[in-house]
Write a protein that binds this ligand. Structure first.
Ligand code: AMX
Length: 391
């Protein structure tokens, strides 16, 4: 750990800033380096993009890339844990279509918790990772009106089975599987201070179970400034309405001038292009190079950066993870942007679950991190007495 970060003094101007940049914990799973981007246990994310999702999960839980024997043992273990209680799926099929898919996901996690929790953080973390693909596929199919949930076949592999259970009408399953394997690995973890991860660990610090903690973390992910940005990015690209580079540049400049966000660009921590965006631009060139919306996103990569660079207040003018993910999902058959945050959540729950296990069972020599309790400073609350008045 770098000692120049600690100890630090909280000055008044640091209050009410959402704890921006304040170190509050240690984390063993991942790191976001402002210049080099995301690393899992020290490995740059771009090096891991083609890893088996199961191997990436193993890395976050056990802090090592598994060898062949370890990976096949771990896949076997996930397969054994994959069976979702039928009552959970039945409850999901009764949810109101008016709810956002993220509200369905939070409900799904709550149903899993009500009916399947063991109360053991490690057991529940691995169970939820193994079972979420079936839960998310049931949400997708039911809410989209695609038909009844499809039987799970865990032996196919985590993402292969997920795509099989989605049964997306008209989609090329091989392409979608290739995309979902990479999408899953890229979205699993992002340090410990991002909103959803922080919230999940805070709730677990009160000894709430893994499912309740993940439900709370997914409520955090639901916000448009956090996980729901991927849905907004697709709408932003559609709104641009043109693939002409000069017109795209003008559109971005006009949006900026109107005080609106340029979705898919900028970052609170990163100060360079997010390597996860780079991986996805390359994947798009492989999977859907001729897709007009993907081509528009590629033009944005050059022209939006040009406009944002010209604005001195923007600290990072470069593409973030959401700049292009929606165009890839759309080109591979998942056309409804409302579900993109659920796909993000499916992956992110594995990183949050791994961090919850660390904070509950590993930190402080196994004692765990105590209940979260930051303090605050009362303002405009002079102590005074209340005297009962007669009528
Ligand atoms: N579009 C418009 N304005 C932007 C901008 C963008 N892409 N990026 C930064 N700015 C503005 C900020 O709003 C801020 O303006 P202000 O001083 O008037 O309030 C100023 O530039 C400085 O901001 P910053 O320090 O560079 O960024 P930040 O940490 O305040 O915000 C973020 C980061 C991601 C919210 C911002 O870049 C943004 O709104 N981007 C567009 C939305 C988006 O793509 N979100 C996805 C992020 C990735 C994720 O978490 N999923």
């Amino acid at each position: 750990m770098s000692n120049d970060l600690l100890p630090f003094t909280i000055t008044e101007d640091l209050l009410d800033t959402g704890m921006r940049g304040m170190p509050v914990s240690t984390v063993y799973t991942s790191e976001v380096d402002p210049a080099e981007g995301l690393h899992y246990v020290g490995y740059p994310i771009a090096d891991l993009a083609d890893l088996d999702p199961e191997a990436a999960i193993y890395l976050l839980f056990y802090k090592k890339i598994p060898n062949k024997a370890e990976l096949s043992g771990f896949k076997r273990e996930l397969r054994k844990r994959a069976k979702v209680d039928k009552r959970v799926i039945k409850l999901i099929t009764k949810l109101p279509v008016e709810g956002h898919p993220m509200e369905w996901l939070i409900a799904g996690l709550t149903f899993l918790g009500m009916l399947c929790k063991t109360g053991d953080y490690r057991e529940d973390a691995l169970n939820v990772v193994a079972q979420m693909p079936e839960v998310v596929a049931a949400i997708y199919r039911t809410r989209s009106g695609w038909g009844k949930p499809i039987k799970s076949e865990p032996k196919l592999g985590l993402m292969e089975n997920f795509v099989q259970m989605l049964g997306v009408p008209g989609a090329d399953a091989a392409k979608l599987t290739r995309l979902m394997r990479v999408f899953y690995v890229l979205h699993m973890d992002h340090g410990g201070g991002n909103l959803s991860t922080f919230v999940g660990k805070a709730v677990a610090s009160g000894k709430a179970d893994t499912y309740a903690s993940l439900g709370a973390s997914m409520a955090g992910l639901y916000g448009p400034l956090h996980g729901r940005a991927n849905q907004e990015c697709l709408a932003f690209l559609e709104k641009a309405g043109t693939n002409d580079p000069d017109k795209i540049e003008k559109f971005v400049a006009d949006e900026m001038a109107a005080g609106r966000s340029i979705f898919g660009f900028g970052h609170a921590v990163l100060r360079a292009e997010d390597p996860r965006a780079g991986v996805q631009y390359n994947l798009g060139a492989e999977l859907c190079p001729k897709d007009p919306l993907f081509q528009r996103a590629v033009t944005m990569r050059e022209r939006a950066v040009k406009v944002l660079k010209a604005n001195p207040k923007v600290k990072n003018p470069y593409p973030n993870v959401d700049a292009v993910s929606g165009t890839l999902l759309r080109a591979c058959g998942l056309t409804d942007g409302e579900y993109y945050t659920v796909l993000f959540g499916l992956a992110r729950c594995s990183g949050i679950a791994a961090q919850i296990v660390d904070e509950r069972l590993v930190h402080r020599n196994g004692k765990g991190v105590p209940i979260y309790r930051p303090s605050d400073i009362p303002v405009n609350q002079p102590h005074r007495r209340y005297k009962k008045r007669g009528n």
